[in-house]
Write a protein that binds this ligand. Sequence first.
Ligand SMILES: Nc1ncnc2c1ncn2[C@@H]1O[C@H](COP(=O)(O)OP(=O)(O)OP(=O)(O)O)[C@@H](O)[C@H]1O
Length: 245
Amino acid sequence: MSLIELQQVDLKYQLRRDLKIKDIIFKKKNSSPLLEAGSIHALKNMDITLKDGDRLGVIGHNGAGKSSLLKLIAGIYPPTSGRVVTDGRIACLFELATGFEMEASGWDNIYLRGLMLGETPSSIKEKTKEIAEFSGLGEYLDVPVKYYSSGMFIRLAFSISTAIQPDILLLDEVIAAGDASFLKKAEKRLSALMESVKIMVFVTHSMDSMHDFCNKCIWMEKGRVKMIGEPREISKLYLNYMKQQ
Ligand SMILES: Nc1ncnc2c1ncn2[C@@H]1O[C@H](COP(=O)(O)OP(=O)(O)OP(=O)(O)O)[C@@H](O)[C@H]1O
């Protein structure tokens, strides 16, 4: 059984300020409460438990803490306090560039990234041909990825990340997967993955996508869970609230 459990979790980002002479001279004028405080409190007292079959949509205003929640579950950031427990193989479909070797070729990156995602050397070798074909990058796979266009890079990153069979899928809607033909192919592959995983956490601003793919929803506000419940119910309350702002 797969599991995501957050117990009284807080996440604070520490801000590093590079002081310049003009900051010292114009200190009062330029001071910012956030910088003065030295940290941003992105997640506050989060308690969430997700088990097999849970498909959680995460909605909320810009800066509410949605992406921070994904990064915390992925283990990219440790909690400042509280406990995060996960059980199961996690695939992240956000910040696709993380973990790539810019000097290495597309082929080498398939191998290295595959290992990082939990494949063994032999299992990733078995999947390499399929990943390469799905990416449609052809001879470009011989070239260091630093020379790729952004669309080519997304093709490769998406093809690798969706080739493994995870238990838990962490997904941000913001995946612009290059040209229209690839986008269509990518959508199909992504829908299949979303249906096959045991637990999904899906950050989205699209209520329609959330209704299609999720059976639970949290509305986040200023780093806290404002409401949790059935997707249609929560999104209705959220949209009404947003209209009044
Ligand atoms: N790496 C970082 N360093 C410092 N502060 C950060 C960092 N990432 C996010 N924040 C801050 O944490 C808070 C939550 O940001 P987060 O990106 O999680 O919000 P979000 O709900 O995903 O927003 P959006 O819908 O705009 O993508 C914001 O105040 C943001 O400025």
